[in-house]
Design a binder for this molecule. Structure first.
Ligand code: ZN
Length: 287
């Protein structure tokens, strides 16, 4: 009896050895071949294809899909108590473009023109001093159907000032925005994304949601339009919040130049453009 068992185990062992040999050979083929084959350039391509397949597995939102809508709603409801958001639900193929530091009279106007032409809504996190300087541009943003959020009064790094000063930065900006467009924002973005727990709680208690981002184009750092586009292509996933700027320095020429290409690419990938409040299903302004 014991001998029979031993013989059976021997066969199983041999069978496993053969199997391992085969799979190693297969693996070897897949990894070694790419260099020889022009069709698969590198193992990295395989990874990219897998990611693409995952994307394709999520149905494109051409029509309303009740099942996806249900998943999205459940996902966002789960996050309802949160103050800070980096992205929306990964169950829906939606994306939010955001533009910080405006409104100015140069890049903001050019960006608005492109968004209008492409019928794409966006969210603008504006600085109080800039809104005060260019109230007509702020009005244009609002009248275009885009959403306005609070990005402090003078763009300080909040972690370096005291809570009282943070409070002032937030309130003063909301007052200016309300004077110009008649609505008070409930979306807030801290400059440089810098915020501590105490400030987060304080701003949350005022009724704000703090909006950070999942895709950073780093467009303020004098990048080329291609670099900005590549960043979006590399990092955008369903529910993404994309960070760009509409005022600051001359490097933003690249932001303007890249924008139509970004819109075209995301559209071809089946994304729907929404404002941040729509993405997170939260109110944009006080009622
Ligand atoms: Zn900023």
């Amino acid at each position: 009896m014991r001998i029979r068992h031993a013989r059976e185990w021997g066969w199983i062992f041999l069978f496993l050895l053969v199997l391992m040999g085969c799979s190693r050979e297969e693996l070897g083929d897949k990894v070694a071949q790419p260099e020889a084959s022009p069709l698969v350039k590198a193992p990295g391509d395989l990874v990219e294809k897998r990611v693409l397949l995952q994307f394709q597995a999520i149905p494109m939102i051409k029509k309303e899909n009740p099942l996806i809508k249900k998943y999205e709603l459940a996902d966002l409801t789960k996050k309802k108590g949160k103050i800070t958001f980096f992205r929306g639900s990964r169950y829906s193929r939606k994306v939010a473009l955001t533009f910080d530091d405006g409104p100015d009279r140069q890049y903001t106007l050019q960006i608005l023109e492109i968004l209008k032409r492409e019928k794409v809504p966006a969210t603008f996190f504006v600085v109080g001093t800039m809104a005060k300087k260019n109230p007509d541009v702020l009005k244009m943003i609002d009248q275009s159907g885009d959403v306005i959020g609070n990005h402090t009064y003078s763009h300080p790094e909040l972690t370096r000032i005291d809570v009282k000063a943070v409070n002032q930065q937030v309130d003063e900006t909301n007052t200016i925005i309300k004077q110009i467009i008649g609505k008070e924002p409930l979306l807030f973005r801290p400059p440089y994304g810098a915020i501590n727990k105490q400030e987060e709680q304080m701003i949350g208690q005022k009724g704000f949601k703090i909006i950070l981002w999942s895709v950073d184009t780093r467009d303020w750092a004098h990048r080329t339009p291609q670099q900005i586009f590549d960043e979006v292509k590399k990092d955008t996933k369903p529910g993404a919040i994309i960070l760009q700027h509409c005022a600051g320095n001359s490097g933003l020429r690249a932001t303007v130049e890249a924008l139509p290409h970004i819109i075209e690419y995301l559209r071809n990938e089946g994304y729907q453009f929404v404002t941040v409040d729509q993405l997170l299903m939260i109110p944009a302004y006080k009622r």
